[in-house]
Design a protein around this ligand. Sequence first.
Ligand SMILES: *[C@@H]1O[C@H](CO)[C@@H](O)[C@H](O)[C@H]1NC(C)=O
Ligand SMILES: *[C@@H]1O[C@H](CO)[C@@H](O)[C@H](O)[C@H]1NC(C)=O
Ligand SMILES: *[C@@H]1O[C@H](CO)[C@@H](O)[C@H](O)[C@H]1NC(C)=O
Ligand SMILES: *[C@@H]1O[C@H](CO)[C@@H](O)[C@H](O)[C@H]1NC(C)=O
Ligand SMILES: *[C@@H]1O[C@H](CO)[C@@H](O)[C@H](O)[C@H]1NC(C)=O
Ligand SMILES: *[C@@H]1O[C@H](CO)[C@@H](O)[C@H](O)[C@H]1NC(C)=O
Length: 928
Amino acid sequence: MVMSYRCSASTKLTWILASLLILVRTIQVRAQLPSGFINIDCGWKNGSSYVDDVLRMPYSFDGEYVESGVSHEMLPEFMADSENKQEITLRSFPDGSRNCYTLPSTTGKKYLLRATFTYGNYDRLNKSLDGSLFLFGLHIGVNFWATVNLSNWDPSLTVWKEVITVAPSNSLSVCLINFGSGVPFISTLELRPLLDAMYPFVNTSVSVSNFQRFRFGNVNTFITRYPTDYYDRWWDSFSMSKVDYSTSMISLNTSNNLESLPGNSNFSVPSAILQNASTRDTNQSSITINVAAGPNLGANDLQLLPIFHFTEINMTNPNRRFDIYSKDVLMFPDFSPSQLQVHSMYKSGQFMQNADGYFFLNKTSSSSLPPLINALELYSLVRMDNLTTDSDDVNYMKQIKTYYKLARTSWNGDPCSPREYSWEGLICDHSKSNQNPRIVTVNLSTSGLSGGFAISFMNMTSLENLDLSHNNLTGAIPDYQLKSLKVLDLSNNKINGPIPDSILQRFQAGLLDLRLEGNPVCSKVKDTYCSKKKKSIPILLIAVIVPVVLISLLVMMCILWKLCWKGKSVDNEDYAMYEEETPLNIDIRRFTYAELKLITNDFKTIVGKGGFGMVYHGTLENSDEVAVKVLMETSIADSTDFLPEVQTLSKVHHKNLVALKGYCQNKKCLALVYDFMSRGNLQQLIRGGDDDGANWEQRLQIALDAAQGLEYLHESCTPAIVHRDVKTPNILLDRNLVGIISDFGLSRAFDDAHTHISTVAAGTLGYLDPEYHATFQLTVKTDVYSFGIVLLEIITGQPPVIMEPQTVHLPNWVRQKIAKGSIHDVADKRLLDQYDASSLQSVIDLAMNCVESAAIDRPTMAEVVSRLKVWLPAVSNEKQSVSASAWRTHSVDAETRKQFQLMISDKESSFISGYTDGPSELNPLSGR
Ligand SMILES: *[C@@H]1O[C@H](CO)[C@@H](O)[C@H](O)[C@H]1NC(C)=O
Ligand SMILES: *[C@@H]1O[C@H](CO)[C@@H](O)[C@H](O)[C@H]1NC(C)=O
Ligand SMILES: *[C@@H]1O[C@H](CO)[C@@H](O)[C@H](O)[C@H]1NC(C)=O
Ligand SMILES: *[C@@H]1O[C@H](CO)[C@@H](O)[C@H](O)[C@H]1NC(C)=O
Ligand SMILES: *[C@@H]1O[C@H](CO)[C@@H](O)[C@H](O)[C@H]1NC(C)=O
Ligand SMILES: *[C@@H]1O[C@H](CO)[C@@H](O)[C@H](O)[C@H]1NC(C)=O
């Protein structure tokens, strides 16, 4: 006969009450709280704690454990049903996707933590019975623990969840997660310390969630808990939950003392529980226990780990043997309980799929009596894979939060983990999978901060970027060693104290980007960190040289214009044609001027300048960052090639080529929108002061990236595209330091207007192919030459033309150095000799090979790629071949072909690239 138990993790409050009343009467109850117990009555409004009449344990107000949420009481009609005080009040969390309680704990200690939820229709919305989904999640620390499902639930019933876990630090947090299906709430929280030896399968990476816990025999209390169970586990009475139990089962009990076997003390089940057992009539052979999921327990909870507790309490010491099954899996064959000795049978760490929740105890053929059982625990697995944030970082962030009295909804629970709930304004490094996440960026710009600079920031050893701009910070910056900090933005505050030497030194060494403009201290000092621009040195140069050069360019172009396009007026009417819908089929986004204005925040942040206009930083609606190149009207006024050009560019797709995301073309603007490359360009990386210049591997990887981009232009496009202006400022770097080629073939857009000067050389001084220079024959080998110069720059850290002590071209400099000494004299000092000498030798050979004066002696880009790959074997080729074939299928018509051939143009008309703001960009160029 099958004895079925429809299980749910809830208990009617009245049951608890009844059981507790009995406990109070029959057992001596201490009003003292056992050490380490924490009882929290969530939502309780009185700041002082109270002793519960029934439990004789103090319960406290939840204020010191939680910072958010709203107190409520269940409706009086449900209150009357229950005198259980803790369930009457609750705390709900209408705001924020995660809200956490933080309980004090001891690092590494094992705890049982229980939460209860009684809805009681506190919000009068009848959420649990209105037919809609009403559920929310629970996290234990930074890991998912359980779903609380109250859909179609009697509002007077309590759902309870219990977890056994190891505290990862000196606090243990329990978080309620809003799933968007009802406002999370909680009624009570109880924390019970366990012995370390208990539940040995629970460790820092595995916790278990209680599914069911039964005691057997003739028990007249619904729930047995503290003080019977010293650890306050809740044991359901199997007999009281099952109506036909009494007729089908036989109860046994004993008052004899039980003995726990050595090694079987892992569960410390109270004797009072094990002194009772259930068995069957002697003509029956099996006990069936069904714990099928109730309506509010999902089937995946039924990956269960059962722990069976047995002790023989028939004093005649009978021959009793049985097999123990989880569904049809034999877990323990031929088990025989020992008299008055406790056996806890479990398979450590084995969570068995048992979707119907059936367990069988089947008598073996040699047994003279049917099976017996005293107690059963069932747990489901809670994986603790996600690590908490580095505890020092957490403590410093908490100090900062207190110091500035920050009350942000997302600022509770763990700062970095899980990622989707990390604190607003923080960026964390999760890259090391077995290490705790670290905080690398703190952005508290415009957060209404006042007072001094919190020194806790200075102790965060992984912090790289600190933005405290636009606040009311006063005083001085403390004199501390900021080991990791690279950016310190304190602009627009009220800082008036002196700037400590430790910071000035790092700033001067180029290790720290310090921004202090808009502070009173800047009225005393006039250093570059007090001026508006990001970069210090180029500012002066830009301020002086750029306008001069730009103006001369403009003047020159106006003159050319007048010369070549006499009679053509440049008034606004002429721009009208740009308003027309494009006749070409371009599947990239067309922006309006207003949209550009919006995404660039009114063209606020300039990230680069070029001969053809400015490059602005922008952010699309989906928060993708973009670079917006706004072409100067004079340069494109008459160009009818703009759209075909955009069309061509929009069809070139490769991971190492900058992607055109959109364009703007009307009488107000002509602009191209590209992916934004947050790490600037290769020139800045290897010669800028800010970074450490990248290591050898990173440099080789960037070289390979660039080579692959060029290989694609040369080999996979038909006809081949010659970049014509390969140089370090044109190799951009994305967030992950992947090299991305920009400005390929862009100059074509302006060719027709300037065909009369098409014999002027292309390219940039120092990168010029001498053969092209002599013949004006533009081939892919022109790019190979320029790429060779780029490689040499990567190796040496030197500019293509070295000015001091005398002007020398980089390839000659390298030749001289090698002739005089060893190859190590060539390598960039910033590499600190951290490179493999054979790879250095090979890459120098490759670079020198690329800069052979005869084009025919130079390798192709495909050869360059394969020779570089020898030193970076891990690089894959997949993406490239996919997009290459996409290009090949696109037929290029005669018109496009013509454009590809028309890539010779004057330097002035080429779009000056990258996001650099250095004056080297504006070197007037030559070929004449
Ligand atoms: C809080 O509880 C104490 C003790 O029960 C009581 O004296 C006090 O009046 C209560 N305060 C409030 C605000 O209810
Ligand atoms: C760990 O965090 C990720 C997201 O950051 C989440 O998707 C995953 O469920 C978490 N794992 C656990 C066991 O909670
Ligand atoms: C106890 O064991 C004896 C046999 O040793 C058996 O006859 C008797 O029925 C058992 N009692 C119960 C309650 O199972
Ligand atoms: C155990 O007993 C139950 C009930 O009699 C029966 O349905 C089940 O098949 C048995 N299991 C095995 C493996 O014999
Ligand atoms: C600074 O404080 C003043 C008043 O004390 C306030 O008006 C102003 O908005 C604050 N500025 C910032 C950036 O918080
Ligand atoms: C920062 O670290 C120093 C040295 O370890 C320590 O003395 C100081 O108390 C720390 N500051 C804070 C705010 O924790």
